[in-house]
Design a protein around this ligand. Structure first.
Ligand code: PLP
Length: 392
């Protein structure tokens, strides 16, 4: 059976070039980079190249820090807790401004910090499902605000937030700005000089790098305290023996992802749009968020009368991997805030399915998906209408 992977916002295939570059650091050059002998020192050049690639990849300056972490969850935790300890606990600035659609590695840390005395304010989304600059301006009280933390692109909808404008404004009023750029890197240009953020989180496995390695950009002079103490690794900013293979893989993956951006914006976008058109040509379907506001690889679609989960299982039977895009907050069954903001009726919030492509997705895979999806939606609608009739 053909297998089609359309869940690239969850994780991506490791680029074979990345895998090859990493291999030498398992059984050949496996020394601890902190050791003084040659086994340790011989890995330094590759680590230097990896760091250079990460700095270049996001436009960081030499005087800024880019630290390697174990994942973006760690990077997000590090920033928010550092702000708590360094700003919120020590000054009158108790507030963190954020959005209702952040990944749990931001939103659940905010909830935790709220219990410690931080004041968390979620900015309302506009009709396009994002926070706009005017809303940020209206809510941002510099004397009370320690941090603004807003994702660059949303993992479920692919909607892009205006980070450049928001970071520029936030900076101009003397407040710190963090962005979770996990879903932006490799999909749109990300540059910390053009968008003057103080902190930026990323994760290798979302751009064809390995799992278990992430990164955190820290602008020079931005308040910081490590999450992990215990050694002088990463200039004392993140202790723990360095994942050399992971770091090498992430550096190369970042470089390749940036090189592939033109392809992402032409070919990946074309295939995404082809699938999207096919979805919209079915009756009673909709796609969340305007196409021009989204990263080129993502579709969050709703199929009236079809449970998202049922559709995922049906597609899975035919080898196609998509995701429900967490359309409901699992425990509360509250509809997705983006869907609410853009006026999608409540009933539809259970019918959302996310398709996320990558530069490894082929036209043949999209054609197969369109065929299977069209039949699945038809079949599931028939089943659900028979069931409804029987119950009447
Ligand atoms: N932030 C966003 C927007 C994500 O989509 C994810 C993963 O899905 C994360 C953070 C967490 O990344 P990691 O798996 O590296 O912890």
């Amino acid at each position: 059976m053909q297998r089609v992977y359309l869940d690239n916002n969850a994780t991506t295939i490791v680029d074979p070039k990345v895998k090859e570059a990493m291999e030498v650091y398992f059984c050949q050059q496996y020394g601890n980079p902190n050791s003084l002998h040659e086994f340790g020192t011989e890995v330094h050049p590759a680590m230097r190249i990896a760091l250079d690639r990460l700095y270049a990849g996001i436009g960081a300056r030499d005087e800024d820090d880019v630290i390697v972490t174990s994942c973006a969850t760690e990077s997000n935790n590090t920033v928010l807790k550092a702000i708590y300890w360094e700003v919120i606990a020590k000054t009158q600035k108790k507030r963190i401004l954020t959005t209702p659609v952040e990944h749990p590695s931001v939103s659940q840390v905010c909830e935790f910090l709220q219990n410690q005395g931080a004041e968390i304010v979620e900015l309302p989304l506009n009709q396009d499902g994002i926070v706009d600059l005017e809303t940020l301006k209206a809510f941002l009280e510099p004397e009370k605000t320690a941090l603004v933390s807003i994702m660059w692109a949303n993992n479920e909808t692919g909607l892009i937030f205006p980070i450049k404008d928001m970071a520029t404004y936030t900076h101009s009023v003397g407040v710190l700005f963090h962005t979770d750029a996990v879903q932006a890197i490799g999909k749109i240009p990300v540059n910390v000089q053009e968008a003057p953020v103080d902190y930026l989180s990323f994760s290798a496995h979302k751009f064809h790098g390995p799992k278990g390695v992430g990164g955190l950009y820290i602008r020079k002079g931005a308040p910081f305290v490590p999450l992990l103490h215990g050694g002088e690794h990463m200039g004392g900013k993140r202790s723990g023996t360095i994942n050399v293979a992971g770091m090498v893989g992430m550096g190369l993956a970042m470089e390749l992802a940036n090189e592939a951006l033109p392809y992402e914006h032409t070919e990946v976008r074309r295939l995404r749009d082809k699938l999207e058109e096919a979805i919209l040509s079915l009756s009673d379907t909709m796609v969340i968020g305007k196409r021009e506001h989204r990263v080129p690889n993502t579709i969050l679609a709703s199929f009236r009368g079809v449970e998202g989960e049922a559709l995922i299982w049906d597609l899975n039977k035919y080898g196609i991997a998509a995701s429900t895009g967490s359309a409901c907050a699992s425990e509360s069954l509250e509809p997705n805030p983006v869907m609410v903001a853009i006026g999608v009726d409540r009933e539809l919030s259970h019918t959302a399915v996310r398709f996320s492509l990558s530069r490894f997705t082929t036209e043949k895979e999209i054609d197969y998906t369109i065929e299977v999806l069209t039949n699945s939606v038809k079949r599931l609608r028939e089943i659900s209408s028979t069931y409804t009739k029987k119950r009447r």
